[in-house]
Every structure is written in structure tokens, then in C-alpha cells.
Design a protein around this ligand. Sequence first.
Ligand SMILES: Cc1cc2nc3c(=O)[nH]c(=O)nc-3n(C[C@H](O)[C@H](O)[C@H](O)COP(=O)(O)O)c2cc1C
Length: 415
Amino acid sequence: MTYRRMGLNAVIFGLGSHEAGWRMPESDPLASTDIDYWIDIAQRAEAGGFDALFLGDVLALQQSADRHLSDAMDPLVILSALAAATKRIGLIGTASTSFDHPFHLARRFASLDHISRGRAGWNVVTSSNALEAQNFGLDAMPEHDQRYVRAADVVEAALALWDSWDADARIVDKEAGRYLDPGKIRAVNHHGPYVRTRGPLNVPRSPKGRPLLAQAGSSQAGRDFAARYADLVFTVQSSLPEAQEFYADMKARAVRLGRSPDSLHIYPGIVPIVAATREDAEARLAQMSSFIVIEHVLAKLSEFLGADLSGADLDAPLPAHVGTGAPNQSSQGRVAVLVNIARREQLTLRQLLMRLASGRGHLLAVGTGSDVAATMREWFEAEAADGFNVMAPVMPHDLQSFIDFVMPHLSPAAI
Ligand SMILES: Cc1cc2nc3c(=O)[nH]c(=O)nc-3n(C[C@H](O)[C@H](O)[C@H](O)COP(=O)(O)O)c2cc1C
């Protein structure tokens, strides 16, 4: 029997994963640009036993930016500061393959791997929001599957650039005046369908050789991409059977590509709202929900689903036609998850909107530390997860509650 250990990744989207979390009394919305806020979270996550932390990113001030917090500083800049303020925790940053050049990307992540002494990770995203495209001079996002073709091209080029230095290329022979051994660095001459680069990189080989690669594709093209390149697969799953199916599918895809199934780690997201009693946890969820502006979430759902829901009856089920047409060009995985939740649980549109605002479609776990830990262990043991993306709804409160209430039940001694 092989030993499996549950991995834990603290996910940080701005001030937390809850749409209206910034309105909670204890939240400090201006902290999003204060480095002390980020350092505090990173140090809490590290001291609390997390393996890694992860910063999401979208390259645009988003729709309805006047109603929620969507400003975002560059994740790699934040992670550089966090590298100096932490010692052990992994530092995963999001960067898009749709707008950036692989030379920039490879160089930035190699630099982060150096300054963190081997703790860098790249969450490879293809981006999906039209506002992002417009910020880079395009009218709309390129077609969904073509974005993955470009992503593979960019990642192949970055892998080659990271490999363009041998670990012992710097011979530093002061007497002979030779800094590098030219036989130990090489051009990569990558000529792909979208990007070209000569190389070599101008950063020596990093401690890990390359950053850890995370990816969250759920569409067929996205799953194929993740199975080929990812070490960590992030996913949105809201029920155990669906999570098991996804887990088995991803491991099988990796095996078909000649990889060991253990080289690919599947991390569903969990949104924990934890307190000393179930009543307190439910009350906290209710308080967060009271701050949600329903019209704003409706606009967001319409965007995700590629369907205008502005006139729809909030107290009726999701209209039958939604999710049945041709796949849209946005995020296909997210559409499937949201439509499945609505149909399976027979939610009204209003209930679905509350679910989206509270947990972005991820597993919402409300209860005591032992309740939440039991759910996580069940998913882990049932091969639905190798680890979890812990998506605290309001930072730092819910991250700290997770550490205080759930972590003790997840320690090896408790399992
Ligand atoms: C935990 C998690 C974090 C994600 N973070 C980001 C992000 O920071 N930026 C982004 O553009 N997309 C992010 N995504 C979206 C994915 O990159 C991807 O577009 C989505 O899962 C849909 O995949 P598909 O296009 O293959 O359907 C995230 C997804 C998950 C599950």
C-alpha cells in the first residue's frame, strides 16, 4: 500500500473567496495593497501547517468593479516579498499564457524560484474574460481551444528555457577568467505555432530546475493540457461522485501520456466556514450572505454561462435552455459545475446565486472543525482528492479559524 498524505494549499483571491466578504465588519478592504496584509496571511499559513499558498489573478478590473473588490496587484511582485518573509511554504502565482511571452514568464518564475530557494509554482491560466483581452489590444478572447494550443506552445518554450542551463554551468574560474562553461548552456530555438524564442535564459538554472506547475482546466482541452504538464490540478467539485469521476479521469489521462498517476495531484477547492459550534458557523455564513448584492452576482453568472439572465425569475429554477447549447468561449468547466449544482439540488436561481457568491461553486463546508475535517478525509480516502485548495471566504479570519479548528483534526495523529 502506498502512503498518501493530504496536501493543503491556501488560496488567496484578494481579501478572500466570498464575493461580499470585504463588507464584513472585521474586513479591511484597503489592505489589498498593503504588503503587511499579505505577509501576515503567508506567515499564518506557514505557521498553520499549509504546504503552499496560491495567488489567483485576472488581468482586468472586472465587471461591476464598483460593487466588489477586483483590484489585484501582480502576484509575482507580492510573492517576491513573501519569499523574503517566509521560509518553507510553497509560493504559487497565476500567470496567463494568452498575453505574455514565454521568455518573460520563464525568467520571472526562475527568479522567484531562486529568491525563495526552490519554492516557486506557476498556476498556468489561459484567461477567459473579454476585459482581459481588451487590455491587451484584442477585441475578444481568442477561441477557447486555441487558447490551450497557445498555452502548450508557451509552456513548451518555458520548459526549454528553464532547461537551457545545466546546474553546474557557472564554473566561476577566477584565475582563468571563465565565468560560464559554454558547453553547459544552450540555445533553445523554439519555433512554435504562436511563439518563438532563441534562448538560453538569462537566469541560471533555479534550485528546483523549474517551478511546480499548477493548472485548472476542466474542459476536454483543459484536462488534456493539465494531464500533460501539471504537477497540481486545481478543480471545482461540489459533490463526492463528481469529484471521484474527475480524479479518476485525470489520473487515467496522465497514465495514457506515460506519466505515473502519483505525479499528478488533484486539489478540489473547499470553502470553509468554521466555528466552535455549527450554529456559530451557520450564523457567520448568514452574515456574509446578507451583504451579497444579487443583481451583481446575476451579472457575473450571466457572464460565466454566456446567457443573459437579467430578466429571469429569481425564485424559479435555472431556465431549462441554459447550459444545453454549444460550449461557450469562456470557462467551460465552471459552466458545467454551476449547471450541475442547480439541476442536481433543484436550486432556484436565487439559491444558485448565493452559492456562487459564497463559494464560486466550490464545496462549501460549514460547521465545526471536526465536521469539516471529516468531509476532507472522506474525499481524500475515497480518491476524490490528493489535497485541497482551502479558499477562506474572508481573510484572515476564516484562514485562522481553519488553522485553529480544522488543522488539529487533520494532523497525522488525529487520522
Ligand atoms: C482553484 C482555481 C483557481 C483558478 N484561478 C484562476 C485565476 O487566478 N485566473 C484565471 O484566469 N483563471 C483561474 N481559474 C480558472 C481556470 O484557469 C480555468 O479557466 C477554468 O478552470 C476553466 O477551465 P476550462 O477553460 O478548461 O473550462 C481557476 C480555477 C480554479 C478551479
